[in-house]
Design a protein around this ligand. Structure first.
Ligand code: TXA
Ligand code: MG
Length: 318
């Protein structure tokens, strides 16, 4: 059994696990989250593995104060600042341009990051003790109901998390409301625990899912811009490199290809899919930075996080 009651002692242990790259399920006021060190890409990759997510969805970073949370954004428009002051801690997630320190796996390659300060004393104590933002999606298996008790978590994820902190039933039971801003205007990305009316009192009317028409992002599901490099991505069998060319870049799984390429990245010399997943977005960005029209990407094994990596590569190659 990896479920323990949330106490000062177990929270201290959970924080140490997080700092060491572990994954801990913890209560928030909305639903239970599956948390890892939000600045450690390999630890974040484990979250996707445990959830069995077929691809990398962007994660929410959880902080213990609005002052600390703000540092995860590179800029904050005035109405967003008003929302933070009024509703944090609470069931509101803000999506704004990310600070440089936020790893690519957290945002799934997007330039924005989702951040919130949860209104749950165990969650706040955990984040504070960990001393860093905690990245966490809801602690359910992919495609299943969100967990509002520690038992829901253990039923779905079993011994996947290193520890499950039991803080009783969550207060709110639905996920946070997600808001972004476009040219200073609020856009509702996901209705949730904080009523839209409360938000609009401070920001004026928000664009709503289904009502923005054409170009604005709607629900998060519609918003997910899949990572597609500017260069053409071509998926190849490992070790079956075409003729080396200085007009192409190469993304290898385990071994450097022979010959001279414009740029080469190796995802994991030991063949560790978790390490490969954690570094994938960074590697693609670097290869794209070489400014060539073509990137060859080797296939990776289709198990564990390999599926998520292949899904992402296929999106890029489409
Ligand atoms: O209440 C909650 O928000 C819970 C607790 C654990 O905090 N978390 C949660 O996380 O619901 P998750 O991963 O199940 O849902 C987060 C949603 C996803 O739909 C994701 O696509 C969206 O937030 N999201 C995250 N970052 C985003 C970004 N940069 N732009 C747009 N959507 C984003
Ligand atoms: Mg979820």
């Amino acid at each position: 059994m990896n479920t323990v009651k949330a106490t000062a002692g177990s929270i201290k242990k959970a924080a140490a696990l997080i700092r060491a790259g572990g994954v801990v399920a913890f209560p928030t006021e909305t639903v239970y989250g599956l948390g890892a060190d939000g600045l450690n890409p390999v630890a974040c990759a484990r979250i996707f593995e445990i959830k069995g997510r077929p691809r990398f969805d962007p994660l929410i970073l959880h902080e213990c104060s609005a002052a600390r949370a703000r540092k995860l954004f590179s800029c904050v428009p005035a109405p967003a600042l008003r929302l933070m002051k009024k509703f944090w801690p609470g069931p509101l997630t803000l999506v704004l341009p990310k600070a440089a320190a936020v790893p690519g796996i957290v945002t799934a390659g997007l330039k924005t990051v989702a951040v919130r300060v949860p209104g749950n004393r165990h969650a706040l104590a955990l984040i504070k003790a960990a001393g860093r933002p905690i990245a966490a999606p809801s602690a359910n298996s992919f495609g299943r109901l969100s967990p509002t008790t520690a038992e829901h978590v253990s039923r779905q994820l079993g011994n996947g998390p290193d520890l499950i902190l039991d803080g009783g039933k969550t207060d709110i039971g639905v996920e946070s409301t997600i808001i972004t801003f476009e040219k200073g205007r609020p856009v509702l990305l996901r209705p949730g625990g904080l009523p839209l009316e409360e938000i609009e009192k401070l920001t004026g009317p928000a664009a709503r899912p289904g009502k923005t028409g054409g170009k604005s992002p709607l629900a998060p599901g519609c918003l997910k811009k899949h990572y597609a490099p500017k260069a053409r991505l071509k998926i190849i069998e490992p070790g079956r490199a075409p003729r080396p060319s200085l007009r192409a870049a190469y993304l290898a799984f385990r071994r450097k290809p022979a010959g001279n390429w414009a740029a080469v990245k190796v995802l994991s010399r030991s063949g560790d899919l978790r390490e490969a997943a954690a570094g994938l977005f960074g590697a693609l960005h670097a290869l794209e930075g070489a400014g060539v029209p073509l990137i060859y990407a080797e296939k990776v094994p289709m198990h564990g996080l390999g599926r998520a990596i292949m899904d992402r590569l296929k999106h890029g190659a489409a």
